[in-house]
Ligand binder design. Structure first.
Ligand code: MG
Length: 387
């Protein structure tokens, strides 16, 4: 396999760190061409030195100015800034693959621009497909470029489907850890605190994803993403609770046979699979060890206690801007919960009210989607219960 040059947008977050770990493991196969961060320039400077980067970007302009004055970056490194800085890196000459690991809607234009510049993309940012799946997948198909899933569940499905023709795929089965409240009663759910919601049993992730995992909104977003990545409608995507997070997802074929992908719950596995695809090499983390007893449990989710899952399905089924509205309302509600402005069980209430208030429509452009996103954020803000 020829050496693959990657650009990492979101290099200082947890996905970025795991991506760099994989790159360090395989220096002959993976070159890091450029890296971007939101505002944390000190860790970005370390990455620039380690990988001899000529181009970096900071989305935050004030941080970019401080970075230039800091003297921390290697001499000659260009420090790009703002949204155009992300675009410059996403379309960088000599880069083969762009790893999209920036949170929020900031990744939308860079992801599309990378494809238009003929680069493969690997997606960790959920918003890209949840909002713009239609545009991203159409652009990738037009240019015959891969959209590689970095998320553990989608990567598992991608591995299980392999080269099988799509007509042989009957159902996708996404696994969900169920989060810390999988065994809570409805009564207990009502008094969940922020501290409880921030404690995930298996995965070490940022606060937004950890809360989303506890409400299962995360699984809802993944369902919407899977619909686009694999061109399978949401009614043929099942969700099964698997508390151990060892089986990352499964695919059932038309004959009833099911393939699953297993690995320890560490992001280096799906990331390395994407970066080396279609090749494989020794992993950057230790594999599963069957010399110890291991129990793998699978059970159906309780949508009654996890209404975010039902709302995500409804949004996916009607499509249009509804998935964007679901995502935006969830972000507003989670942010309010993290600031202790609303209770835990208010999160799905805010989402449902916002979905009901915004007229669904078919987006024609990314700007349409961003307008729906902004409208949903405003609207959700008004639905936040006043303390
Ligand atoms: Mg996931």
């Amino acid at each position: 396999m020829a050496k693959r040059n990657i650009v990492i947008l979101g290099a200082t977050g947890s996905i970025g760190e795991s991506t760099l770990k994989v790159a360090r493991k395989h220096p002959a196969r993976i070159g890091v061409a450029a890296a971007a961060a939101h505002s944390r320039f000190e860790p970005l400077a370390k990455i620039a030195h380690e990988f001899h980067l000529r181009d970096v970007a900071l989305f935050d302009r004030a941080a970019a100015a401080r970075a230039r004055d800091s003297g921390l970056f290697p001499a000659g490194t260009r420090i790009h800034e703002g949204a155009e800085g992300l675009l410059a890196l996403a379309t960088l000459d000599g880069a083969d693959l762009v790893v999209m690991a920036i949170v929020g809607t900031l990744g939308l234009h860079p992801a599309l621009a990378a494809l238009q510049a003929g680069k493969a993309i690997a997606l960790a940012s959920k918003e890209i497909l949840v909002l713009a799946g239609k545009f991203i997948m159409a652009e990738a198909a037009r240019r015959n470029l891969p959209v590689l899933p970095l998320d553990s569940e989608h990567n598992a499905i991608f591995q299980c489907i392999g080269a099988e023709p799509r007509r042989l795929v009957d159902r996708l089965i996404l696994t969900a850890s169920g989060g810390p409240f999988r065994d809570f009663t409805a009564e207990q759910m009502r008094s969940v605190t922020l501290e409880q919601a921030l404690r995930h049993p298996n995965w070490d992730m940022g606060p937004k994803v950890t809360i989303d995992s506890s409400t299962m909104a995360n699984k809802g977003l993944e369902l919407i993403e899977a619909r686009w990545l694999f061109d399978i409608p949401q009614e043929r995507i099942d969700i099964v609770v698997h508390p151990q997070s060892i089986i990352h997802s499964l695919v059932r074929f038309v004959d009833g046979s099911i393939l699953a992908q297993l690995a320890p719950p560490q992001m280096t596995f799906p990331i390395q699979h994407c970066l080396l695809h279609p090749d494989r090499a020794e992993g950057a983390s230790a594999p599963l060890d069957f010399s110890k007893i291991m129990t793998l449990e699978l059970r159906p989710p309780d949508t009654g206690r996890f209404p975010c899952l039902r709302l995500a399905r409804e949004a996916s089924a009607v499509a249009g801007v509804a998935p964007a509205v679901f995502n935006a309302a969830n972000e507003v509600a989670v942010d309010a919960f993290v600031k202790r402005a609303i209770g835990y069980t208010d999160i799905p209430v805010v989402i449902e009210k916002t979905l009901g208030a915004i007229q669904n429509r078919e987006p024609e452009t990314l700007e349409d989607l961003l307008a729906a996103d902004a409208e949903a954020r405003r609207c959700a803000g008004e639905f936040l219960p006043r303390a």
